[in-house]
Design a protein around this ligand. Structure first.
Ligand code: GLA
Length: 751
């Protein structure tokens, strides 16, 4: 079914039904005051002429919008974009300050537009349609009677995914300046609070830990005021029915397409309803809106699943892969890369890099990435950020010379940058002290010896763009890792007057997006990977510019099981930067088999981050085989459906997951047994996502060779044996601690 917006009801009080056959989202307009009212979000329901039966009006006392109308308290109304000031005491989506100092807004429906295409949002990430007619867009125009403020609520529904996107545009058509104190991207009033909230917490090297808790009365905030989304909390949240699990039950998922300070909030208020809000964090935000000016909020997405958390993840994965991520033409699948960071850190010269690259090429790697340390005089992390001239001591032929040598090996060449940062002593620091975020007369806090440039200033973006073009123009760079290694403190922009300082964080984010957009326009073939000390800016906003993101600086395969498991809840495997690194691991000191490291990384973009000179001949031979195997499996992993079978958050010693091709004819399964536990010699692992009627050939350990039907594999499961102690065998990746078992399924031709 196509994406559709059906309009019924009288012209002054229309009802909008957004649907694609999978989900329905229904909006009404209230009889008095013409307030857009949320009527329904859930599985698709058949269109009807009227949805009056969804309107819930009871006589309730309290603060009333209209005298003599006991059903007119806004506190009980499910609204599309609640504003502050009248009789709704819950947290609003919109809060404005007017010239006389009051903050009272009431938005009423004026008109609407329905479009069959979706336009980009100015300066911001925005989802898009793939083909004509696969997208339906609704714009509701609202106005505040007293002030001239107009708000356009923007909705989109797509033919092929159970998702609705939301955003809002504000415009001052009146004669006076107003101030936006809060303009959220999404507000959703749900009729009850029988949900559990799922959200993600963490920090450097331990990102995306899943936490699930009953939704209780009051407000729960998932947020960042760090200038980036950060790994402390992620904007992704889900509301799951208490009985919903990985494969069954209702789950609503929400995310914000934004990379700065955010708020994802639930509020269960006096009527037992739940209000969900997502948007720019209103703390540290205030925007001056002069007559004639407009303000666009970032976009937010909500998905609906009746098949538990897995259904939610698949909806997110499909939505991002088809409607958000812009991959360079001809680069549908990510190249297998070798990144220099853990292999040599700052300690390299051209010869060492070329010899690493040669070894990489011999193992079947596609792309060699030079990480930090190639510019200025950067031998450690104390210097040179902001000075993007190649260090001729290490690279006598510059970046273009190195790139030529790498290309001559028939490898692609990639480069690390951290454009938003500056170290003291660099030309940019000396010449433009006012470009640095810090407050005159107050101390400024360093982090990793560096400070942040005020990306909200156009001249800063221009300078960085020019510097980077000088490096990139003739270097033939195929890939860029854009890093960002500290949070924003001592907020102050020298370019803004005192009364507009709270615009700074959002302007910063817009500046980052603008630099990305300009580089993408000039170098459309470059594949970007975003990074922020690992996964500190792993968010849906970044995915619009950089199709992949470095998931964590923790490259330990055992730690990665949790990090990648949590990340997969909202983000596709093809976006998750994942590398095989050396043992003992540089973060945890753990020694795990190459088989485990390679298998975990293959459920991501797949690459290596080590010094090939330290590999034995046997390891190199194995890596060659692993890469060849990954390349065969990559289409399933990158474009198929991902199923989590055993959660490392529930089972301390076990984790299992699988990917199935969209046509269900091929699958790849990995089961991880972290600690050898006696009494678990034989475990059955039921699979998921297969076609019950297809007969699959199963390849992997302990398989009899007899093909099995999909229903059989999903019900009876694969048998995992191999944990019995065999004194004659050393731990080798399939026995002992940190064991890994992989299986492939291939449907037989005649079925
Ligand atoms: C950050 C990144 C790493 C690496 C270093 C380089 O920590 O997350 O992958 O690029 O910076 O300094």
């Amino acid at each position: 079914m196509q994406a559709q917006i059906l309009v019924t009801g009288p012209a002054e009080r229309p009802v909008f039904h957004l649907t694609n056959g999978q989900i329905s989202y229904i909006i009404g307009i209230t009889e008095r005051a013409a307030i857009p009212e949320q009527l329904y979000f859930g599985p698709a329901i058949r269109p009807q002429d009227s949805y009056d039966f969804l309107i819930d009006r009871e006589n309730r006392n309290g603060v009333l919008l209209f005298a003599q109308d006991p059903a007119s308290s806004l506190d009980y109304l499910s609204q599309e974009y609640p504003s502050y000031g009248h009789s709704d005491f819950r947290q609003p989506a919109l809060q404005l300050t007017y010239p006389q100092g009051d903050q009272v807004t009431l938005l009423s429906y004026v008109s609407h537009r329905i479009l069959s295409h979706k336009d980009p949002l100015p300066g911001l990430p925005a989802s898009f349609g793939q083909a004509p007619g696969d997208t339906a867009v609704l714009e509701l125009q609202l106005k505040d009677a007293g002030s001239g403020v107009r708000v356009t609520l923007q909705y989109a529904v797509f033919a092929d995914v159970a998702a609705v996107t939301r955003s809002a545009r504000l415009e001052q058509t009146g004669p006076e300046t107003v101030w936006i104190d809060r303009a959220m991207s999404l507000a959703l009033d749900l009729p009850d609070h029988d949900y559990e909230l799922i959200h993600f917490y963490g920090g450097w090297a331990h990102e995306m830990n899943l936490e699930r808790q009953p939704l209780q009365h009051g407000i729960y905030q998932v947020s960042s005021l760090r200038g980036v989304t950060s790994a402390v909390q992620n904007p992704l949240i889900a509301l799951a029915r208490p009985r919903a699990d990985e494969f069954q039950g209702q789950v609503l998922g929400f995310n914000l397409l934004y990379s700065g300070n955010f708020l994802s909030q639930t509020e269960t208020a006096l009527s037992g309803t739940t209000r969900v809000l997502l948007g720019i964090h209103p703390d540290l935000f205030r925007w001056e809106l002069k007559p004639g000016q407009s303000f666009q909020t970032p976009e937010a997405v909500m998905v609906y699943s009746q098949t538990g958390l897995n259904g939610m993840s698949q909806a997110f994965h499909d939505f991002y892969r088809r409607h958000l991520i812009r991959r360079p033409a001809g680069k549908a699948l990510s190249p297998v890369l070798l990144n220099s960071w853990e292999g040599c850190y700052f300690n390299f010269d051209q010869d060492r890099l070329v010899s690493m690259a040669k070894a990489a090429r011999d193992m079947g790697i596609d792309l060699f990435v030079l990480d930090d340390g190639w510019f200025g005089h950067r031998d450690d992390d104390t210097t040179s950020l902001g000075d993007w001239r190649p260090d001729r001591r290490k690279l006598p032929e510059g970046i273009s010379g190195l790139s030529r040598r790498i290309h001559a090996l028939d490898l692609q060449f990639g480069l690390w940058i951290e454009p938003e940062m500056v170290n003291p002593g660099t030309p940019i620091w000396e010449a433009h002290p006012d470009w640095v975020i810090r407050v005159p007369g107050k101390s400024a806090s360093p982090s990793r010896n560096q400070y942040v440039l005020d990306m909200g200033r156009p001249e800063v973006v221009d300078n960085l763009f020019d510097q980077l073009c000088r490096v990139l123009d003739d270097a033939g760079v195929d890939y860029i890792k854009w890093d960002m290694n500290r949070h924003l403190s001592e907020l102050y922009s020298h370019a803004l007057p005192a009364g507009r300082q709270r615009e700074m964080s959002h302007r910063y984010c817009l500046g980052v997006y603008q630099l990305y957009e300009r580089l993408l326009a000039r170098y459309p073939d470059i594949l970007f990977e975003s990074c922020s000390s690992g996964g500190q800016r792993f968010d849906a906003g970044m995915l619009y510019y950089a199709p992949q993101a470095w998931t964590s600086d923790n490259t330990d395969a055992v730690a990665r099981l949790k990090i990648q498991y949590g990340t997969s809840m909202g983000y596709p495997l093809a976006a998750m930067g994942a590398h095989v690194s050396a043992v003992p691991n540089h973060q945890t000191g753990r020694v795990s088999s190459l088989a485990l490291r390679s298998t975990v990384a293959s459920f991501g973009t797949f690459g290596y981050e080590l010094d090939p000179a330290r590999l034995s001949a046997a390891e190199k031979a194995q890596i060659r085989l692993d890469i060849a195997r990954f390349k065969k499996l990559q289409p399933i992993l990158a474009t198929g459906c991902f199923y989590r079978l055993i959660s490392p958050f529930d089972q301390p010693d076990f984790c299992a997951w699988m990917a199935v091709s969209k046509d269900k004819r091929q699958a790849y399964i990995a089961a991880f047994r972290l600690l050898k536990v006696m009494g678990q010699e034989r475990v059955r692992l039921p699979l998921a996502g297969l076609d019950p009627a297809l007969l699959y050939e199963v390849r992997g350990p302990w398989q009899s060779g007899t093909p099995r039907y999909g229903d059989n594999l999903m019900a009876a499961g694969l048998i995992l044996a191999g944990n019995k102690h065999d004194p004659n065998r050393q731990p080798d990746g399939q026995q002992g601690d940190f064991a890994v078992y992989t299986f492939t399924l291939e449907a037989l031709a005649q079925t």
